[in-house]
Design a protein. Structure first.
Length: 236
């Protein structure tokens, strides 16, 4: 879990306060710490959006706060475990954390709005009758492991409409083959849908801890003053 604990020592302030106000201090401490913790959460979420290209809501909303109380003036800002697992390399360095045995590099697959493979897409592809998983040796001698789609048509039909736009060519092919699946591969050759690879080094840094410390340093005194002023105003 990626987390940051915020704890403050206000004993010097306590000594200069009246008994009436002092009774309000534990609550004021907790209020100030929680206000700063919320600022840290918002700052880290904004940092995700600046660091990553269109991060998913799951990633952005993975930042959470465990609040301070009067008896325990400690707030913890943390990333929930699932997201922390793949975000940790962006803080400590290293390679991407894989959720499978290989890095999935989409090639000819529709991605979601966040530029990621939709959940369950790999299983869906593997279940298609014209798709297989394996290694293919290309003309230039490379061996590429991945998910491949076989061509729907071969021979003369594969050349039908050569030189036309893909849309017009597919329209002609569907006329000749009404049973052709909507997402059929009509290129006449194997199509690489997803390439498998090894985990790559991360090339970005979140600097989670440094940002959190900056926010605490910048805002804590103001939040504590605000909380103390409220405590004094409401003291009875």
């Amino acid at each position: 879990m990626i987390n940051l604990k915020v704890k403050v020592d206000t004993k010097s302030i306590d000594r200069n306060l009246t008994d009436l106000v002092r009774r309000q201090i534990p609550f004021a401490k907790a209020q100030a710490i929680n206000a700063v913790a919320e600022r840290v959460r918002a700052g880290e979420q904004a940092n995700f959006k600046e660091t990553f290209r269109a991060p998913s809501p799951f990633t952005v909303n993975s930042v959470a706060v465990r609040k301070a109380t009067k008896s325990n003036p400690v707030a913890t800002v943390y990333v929930k475990p699932i997201a922390a697992k793949y975000l940790l390399p962006y803080e400590t360095g290293g390679v991407h954390t894989l959720n499978s045995r290989a890095l999935l590099n989409p090639k000819n697959v529709r991605l979601n709005r966040y530029g990621q493979l939709p959940r369950g897409m790999v299983a869906k592809l593997k279940g298609m009758p014209d798709v297989f998983v394996g290694a293919v040796r290309t003309k230039d001698g490379q061996t590429i492991n991945g998910i491949w789609q076989r061509p729907f048509l071969r021979g003369k039909d594969a050349q039908l409409g050569a030189g036309m736009t893909v849309r017009k060519r597919n329209k002609l092919l569907r006329g000749a083959h009404p049973d052709m699946p909507k997402n059929a591969n009509t290129s006449g050759h194997l199509k690489l849908l997803v390439r498998f690879g090894n985990a790559l080094p991360v090339n970005k840094q979140l600097k989670w801890g440094r940002l959190a410390k900056q926010i605490v340093s910048q805002h804590f005194n103001a939040e504590l003053s605000k909380a103390l002023a409220k405590a004094i105003a409401t003291a009875k």
